[in-house]
Every structure is written in structure tokens, then in C-alpha cells.
Write a protein that binds this ligand. Structure first.
Ligand code: UDP
Length: 509
């Protein structure tokens, strides 16, 4: 059964909230100007966003923010979520997700039965959805789960449908080929597809696909400015800092856990996180995030520093290398109990940490972030990112890498890799440094060192990085790209219709 999500169910910032902020006044004003000529084209049409969950995951987080702003700009945009209680459907779509990411362990044998299940669930949703659809509506379907639904809408109701794919891999493997050939017949019904990165577009969609970058909301809990006392409050509330003075908000219900040298974990208490510079990586515990080579690079940096009697460096540069820490932050294991691979990767990182000599252990922190409250988690990530000297995203493979976008927005330079999603955002030498081979600890170490000893470089990169996000990866840009694309497709359709034999002459209006 399809669920129509109530508009404004999640409290998000309004157009006015952005307009009164000096940073966003110009960008929202220009969005309003851009929207003006598009409104008549979209008048009388609802743009439907359809996905498979109303809570959890990046798409469900971003949609209410986009919808609110688009509605305030005068467009009728609504959100529908497909549902089913058939468990095997989600196993199938999870498998498709893994295959699109090129996971060689995912079963590539997609059968007729799989197709029947995929279609049957979408057919049920189509039956309950069609009464909501008007004759001129536009439907944007997100990700593979509701893919057949869009084809049914196009074929049987003749509506304009677009497919927005948030995932992909910049290589063709047996796994990706299996997924894309399974999905192909459904995609044939669609007018247009949208991807995050050009490399992800399957060959058969070239010519009818566009790029819309993912984006962040600069007024969300994860990205909004935090005054100093708020940062200190978040550190205290979450257990990252001992509160030796009272703070206004109450303690968070769930605290950050810190992995101890023996591998156990406990609420940190005082460990001076606010006092020392740190290189931060926040991510899921996934091998492809390059955790272990990053740790190895940091260990190398420290050992080289201790072994050298380099005199070419200033005293403060040496102090920074001496004091710098590496902080790894990712989800608390209780929140990933259904992800055995994640737990395994975390165990590997923990044992690499436990086997370090005590002097190095003092410089490395493994933090397990509580995920029960989305708000608290977002504020903790925000505060950690704002206090970081460098943000690392040493991914071996990366779909897009919102953690880079988040760090860049906070003017923190990025120690990244050339992984596909990251190189779309971070310009090597401008917004950060990109390691060619994130598994080469020497190369990662050299880049980390260059950034740590050069504050002027970091400041310049941090500023460019924020500017880059302002120009390309904020919600305003994303909305503008959607509105322009949908309007163009509607106009193209009208132009094609008017060239059909027997059509009335096009107005010269
Ligand atoms: N994240 C988080 N808490 C964590 C780990 C990650 O809130 O403990 C967030 C992170 O801030 C980012 C998202 O999860 O917004 C990860 O998105 P990204 O595109 O970087 O990677 P993905 O997980 O989609 O591969």
C-alpha cells in the first residue's frame, strides 16, 4: 500500500529562515527569480517524489527539506512511500543495491520469480496510488525499489516519469551488469533518469540521463553553525567531555562510547578532545571507507616524527605533529546489530588499535556514536567536524561521500581519495588533497603531513571548500536543477506533441 507522507511532518527550515540569514539571502533570492518563469510550466501539476522509506537513510532525510522549499516557492510537490509486508521483496531490492555497488558476493542470478515479485509488489502500490494522480502530474521515482511502479504509471496513465538513482559504481563488473540488465525493461518506460555522478550512468541510458548532485541543508542539525558554548554543551551531553561546569541542555539519553586500549568500551569522561588538534573520519564501519590504511598512515606520521630530528620545521609545526590525534567515529555496534560485516570491520579496526604501543594508543581515538536519536547523532557529528583540523575520507570506493560535503561546508580541508564520489566534490590541491591510492599508507601519510604542517594552506583550502559547497552542493542548487529539468522535459513533450501530424499549430505566443 502506498503511503502519502504528510507535508511538513518533519520540522525543517523555511524559505524565510534562509532568506534572513546573510549567508543565504542572495542564493534564496536568486532561486526565487529562477522559479518565476518555471511556475507557469508546472502550474496545475503535482510533482510526486516516490521512494521506499519515510525514515532512515539519506533520501528520506533530504526529501522533506526539498519538498518544503519547493512548496514555498509555489510548486506542488508531494511525497509517496511504497510499502509491503512481503519480506522477500526487501531481500531482492537489497541484493539489487549490492549488485549495483559491484558486490561480488551478491547473488547475480536474477530470475523470472524475482521479476514477478518485483512487479507484484509494485502493482499493489500502483493500484492504491493511481487515484491520487492527476492527468498532468510528474512522477520522480527514487532508487530501484519502486522502479516498476514508474513504468506502470508511464505505460498505463501516460504520465511523465523520471527515475532518480542515488547509487552506482564507476566500473562495469559481472555484478553491475546483472543488476542493470535486470532493471533495463523497467527503465524503458521512463522518459529520463537522474544520477549523482556521470560514471554511474549505464550505457543504455546515455542521452536520456542528467546529473543532479546530492546536497546538504545548511540549517540542518548536522550542518548548522554552532556557537562555542553549544559545541562544548554537545561534547558534555554526549559524554565526550567532562562537564566541570553546568551546561543548559540535559544529558543525552545515549552517550558516545570510547574504545579503550584493551578493546572494551565505556563513556569517555575527560580525555581532552577539545584541547588537541585531530584528523577526523566519520563513516560507517565499512572496509571500503579505507579505515585501516588511514590508521597505518597516521602511525607512520607519528613514528617518522618521533624518529626525526628535523630542524627545518618551526617549533609550532613540531608541536602540532606531536599533539595531533586521529579520531575515528562511526555507529555504535548496537545500532548495526543487523550488519555482521560492519561489526566485523569494527572488530578489525579495534584489534589494529589494541595492538599499537601505548604511546600511539594515546593519540588514536575510536568513538562509537549513539544512533537512537537522529538529532543527537547529527549534533555530535556536527560538533566533531567543526573542531577537526583535517577531515579524512580515505575511501577506496565512494558513492558520493556526504561526509566530505559536510566537512567542506564547515571550512575544514579534506584529506580524500580519488574515489569517484569524492573527486566530484573535492578539487585536488584546492579544497584538500586527494590520495591516488588510499591503500598506500605512505602516500596518505605524506598528504596528511603536508596539511598538518601548513595552516595557511589549510585555511585557504577550507575557504575554497566551503565556497565549492555553496556553489554546487546545497539544497538550493539541487532544487533549481530539479525544477529546470522537469520544466524542460514538459516543454520538450509539448513541442513533440505539437509536431505530431494532425496536431494544432504551435502557438507563436
Ligand atoms: N553518519 C552519521 N553517524 C555515523 C556515521 C555516519 O551521522 O556514525 C552520517 C554522515 O555524517 C553522513 C552519512 O552518515 O551524513 C554518510 O553518508 P556518506 O555519503 O558519506 O556515506 P554512505 O554511508 O552513504 O556510504
Amino acid at each position: 500500500m502506498i503511503e502519502i507522507v504528510e507535508p511538513n511532518r518533519t520540522p525543517t527550515a523555511t524559505l524565510e529562515d534562509y532568506s534572513i540569514d546573510t549567508k543565504f539571502a542572495a542564493i534564496t533570492a536568486s532561486l526565487q527569480v529562477e522559479a518565476e518563469p518555471l511556475r507557469p510550466i508546472l502550474d496545475g501539476r503535482t510533482i510526486w517524489m516516490v521512494n521506499s522509506t519515510s525514515a532512515g537513510g539519506g533520501v528520506a532525510e533530504m526529501l522533506p527539506r526539498m519538498l518544503r522549499l519547493m512548496n514555498e516557492l509555489g510548486f506542488d510537490v508531494r511525497w509517496a512511500v511504497i510499502g509491503t509486508d512481503r519480506e522477500p521483496f526487501f531481500h531482492l531490492t537489497k541484493r539489487l543495491h549490492n549488485l549495483i555497488h559491484g558486490d561480488p558476493r551478491a547473488d547475480r542470478n536474477l530470475t523470472r520469480d524475482d521479476a514477478e515479485l518485483f512487479e507484484a509488489v509494485n502493482r499493489e502500490n500502483f493500484e492504491s496510488f493511481k487515484k491520487h494522480l492527476g492527468p498532468d502530474d510528474v512522477v520522480v521515482v527514487h532508487d530501484p525499489q519502486p522502479l516498476p511502479l514508474g513504468k506502470m504509471i508511464a505505460d498505463e496513465l501516460g504520465l511523465l516519469t523520471l527515475w532518480r538513482c542515488h547509487i552506482g559504481l564507476d566500473a562495469r563488473t559481472d555484478a553491475t551488469k546483472a543488476a542493470w540488465s535486470f532493471l533495463r525493461p523497467y527503465l524503458e518506460g521512463y522518459r529520463h533518469a537522474i544520477f549523482s555522478v556521470p560514471e554511474y550512468i549505464p550505457g543504455y541510458l546515455s542521452g536520456r540521463a542528467s546529473i543532479i548532485y546530492p546536497a546538504i541543508d545548511p540549517l540542518s542539525q548536522k550542518n548548522r553553525d554552532l556557537p562555542m558554548h553549544k559545541i562544548v554543551g554537545i561534547f558534555c551531553n554526549s559524554g565526550l567531555q567532562e562537564a566541570y561546569e553546568p551546561v543548559v541542555p540535559e544529558d543525552y539519553e545515549h552517550r558516545v562510547q570510547r574504545v579503550m586500549p584493551d578493546g572494551s568500551s565505556s563513556v569517555p569522561g575527560e580525555f581532552g578532545l577539545l584541547f588537541r588538534p585531530y584528523v577526523l573520519q566519520v563513516s560507517r564501519w565499512d572496509r571500503l571507507k579505507g579505515w585501516e590504511p588511514l590508521l597505518e598512515a597516521f602511525v607512520r606520521l607519528k613514528r617518522e616524527y618521533w624518529a626525526s630530528s628535523e630542524t627545518s620545521m618551526e617549533g609550532w609545526q613540531r608541536r602540532r605533529l606531536e599533539l595531533v590525534r586521529l579520531v575515528f567515529a562511526g555507529p555504535d555496534p548496537s545500532s548495526i546489530a543487523d550488519d555482521p560485516e560492519g561489526l566485523e570491520v569494527l572488530d578489525q579496526i579495534k584489534s589494529a588499535y589494541c595492538s599499537l604501543e601505548p604511546r600511539l594508543q594515546e593519540d588514536v581515538e575510536l568513538l562509537l556514536l549513539p544512533m537512537e536519536s537522529q538529532r543527537e547523532n547529527a549534533l555530535i557529528v556536527n560538533a566533531l567536524q567543526r573542531c577537526a583540523t583535517v577531515i579524512a575520507q580515505n575511501s577506496i570506493q565512494e558513492g558520493f561521500g556526504l561526509t566530505c560535503t559536510e566537512g567542506m561546508w564547515k571550512q575544514v580541508p579534506i584529506l580524500g581519495s580519488l574515489a569517484c564520489g569524492i573527486r566530484q566534490q573535492v578539487r585536488d590541491g584546492i579544497d584538500g588533497l586527494l590520495t591516488k591510492n588510499p591503500e598506500d599508507a605512505d602516500e596518505v601519510c605524506a598528504n596528511m603531513r603536508s596539511m598538518l604542517i601548513d595552516p595557511a594552506l589549510r585555511r585557504r583550502m577550507g575557504r575554497s571548500a566551503q565556497r565549492r559547497v555553496y556553489d554546487e552542493f546545497l539544497v538550493f542548487r539541487q532544487i533549481s536543477r530539479y525544477l529546470h529539468l522537469v520544466s524542460r522535459l514538459i516543454q520538450d513533450e509539448a513541442a513533440t506533441a505539437s509536431h505530431q501530424p494532425g496536431a494544432p499549430p504551435a502557438s507563436s505566443g
